[in-house]
Write a protein that binds this ligand. Sequence first.
Ligand SMILES: [Zn+2]
Length: 93
Amino acid sequence: MGRSAHCSKCCICGKKKSTHPGTRLHLFPKDPRRRLQWLQALNITYKSESQAVCTDHFDSKWHACKGRLLNNAVPNSVDGCDEQGTDTYQGKM
Ligand SMILES: [Zn+2]
């Protein structure tokens, strides 16, 4: 993999290391099942290996030392930006 076309910015909020020096970007897990967990939590589709998510989307409980994530870390779920009434949602299980 000799590609240098890494677009290292968060695929959720668009933060880049260049504009937000404190931001750490995390690539998606290689494990397909774990990757799917991330995608479902973030409500996005997987586009490329260089797709990354910044630290902002992980609960502090997932943070291991030195800015790394725990192996079982999953991003906080994104439920859309609009917080409208939930009365249209009938909690059927
Ligand atoms: Zn982000």
